[in-house]
Design a protein around this ligand. Structure first.
Ligand SMILES: [Zn+2]
Length: 158
């Protein structure tokens, strides 16, 4: 169940599709529930919302936030049957087959893996920057609370 090679690359070259990223709440939700559960949700959400021959509210059925799979659907063009037809070559007007649902689920999960890795790297970067600042503020590396160290310095100058 991995995305078709090449599709993620094509999506990454689309300015619109590549503008989507998990927000903090949806990333946390994905981590809390684990990959197997999210994959099950993905299969169920795709089957329910874009699986039927004529999905309800087609074109407007996928929110942008509220579940990590929703964001992933916009990023992977699996949000509605129009996008699925255009990007994945599956014609509208007939129900998605189990194999097609598997393929699109695999793609959603591949994107989620990628974006969760990006989210983790960004968070590590932020922590590293904070540590570097704290180390700079601490004279001789003794004081690690930069704020207090600065205040002591100011007090000493008075
Ligand atoms: Zn769409």
């Amino acid at each position: 169940m991995t995305g078709r090679p090449g599709v993620l690359d094509r999506l990454a070259r689309s300015r619109f599709r590549s503008s989507f990223h998990l927000d903090a709440a949806d990333a946390a939700y994905a981590r809390e529930h684990g990959r197997d559960t999210i994959a099950r949700h993905a299969r169920d959400l795709l089957a329910g919302r874009v699986g039927p021959a004529e999905p309800r509210n087609d074109g407007r059925q996928t929110p942008y936030h509220g579940h990590p799979v929703f964001t992933a659907q916009h990023a992977t063009a699996t949000c509605c049957r129009g996008c699925i037809a255009k990007w994945h070559g599956i014609p509208r007007g007939c129900a998605l087959s189990p194999a097609e649902l598997d393929r699109l689920t695999g793609l959603v999960m591949a994107w989620l893996d990628q974006d969760l890795a990006r989210d983790l790297a960004a968070r590590r970067e932020r922590v590293a920057r904070r540590d570097a600042r704290a180390a700079q503020d601490a004279p001789q590396g003794v004081r690690m609370d930069g704020q207090t160290a600065r205040q002591d310095e100011q007090a000493a100058r008075r």
